[in-house]
Ligand binder design. Sequence first.
Ligand code: FES
Ligand code: FES
Length: 158
Amino acid sequence: MKQAIALNVNGDIYEVLISPNQTLLEVLRDKLGLTGTKRGCDLGACGACSVLLDGEAYLSCLMLAVDAVGKEIVTIEGLGEGGELHPIQKSFVEVGGLQCGFCTPGIVMTAKAILDEEPEPTEESVKKKMAGNLCRCTGYKKVVEAVMDASGKMGGKR
Ligand code: FES
Ligand code: FES
């Protein structure tokens, strides 16, 4: 049986009719058309589906959409402001922290959560906190460099 819920995504309220067993990832991509959030493994193993819920990074493939009701959800589409890329996105572009880009939305959202919690992290800390985000292209060196660059650009700001 379908259920009507309201989700707060990127500052907008979306009213959607869902099945109780639908994941947040499915609803974001298939109902709301927010396809920046990627479906990699659909098993909680790759991090490609990472989004922010009340400021913390979550795997949207492991969360039921109904459990996201009442939370502030931010996806990659909601990170920049006024048509401008977020400083983290700029750093990934400038440093070259991506190749095919499939993992990048999830990595950028995790980076946002990391830098909000720890504005001036060490490389070791970034590596540790980014361990759940897999990338099959970059070898991670440039990913870590991009997060460190973003930390500098943001100057400790959120
Ligand atoms: S798609 Fe969610 S962790 Fe891989
Ligand atoms: S850039 Fe291709 S998987 Fe990460």
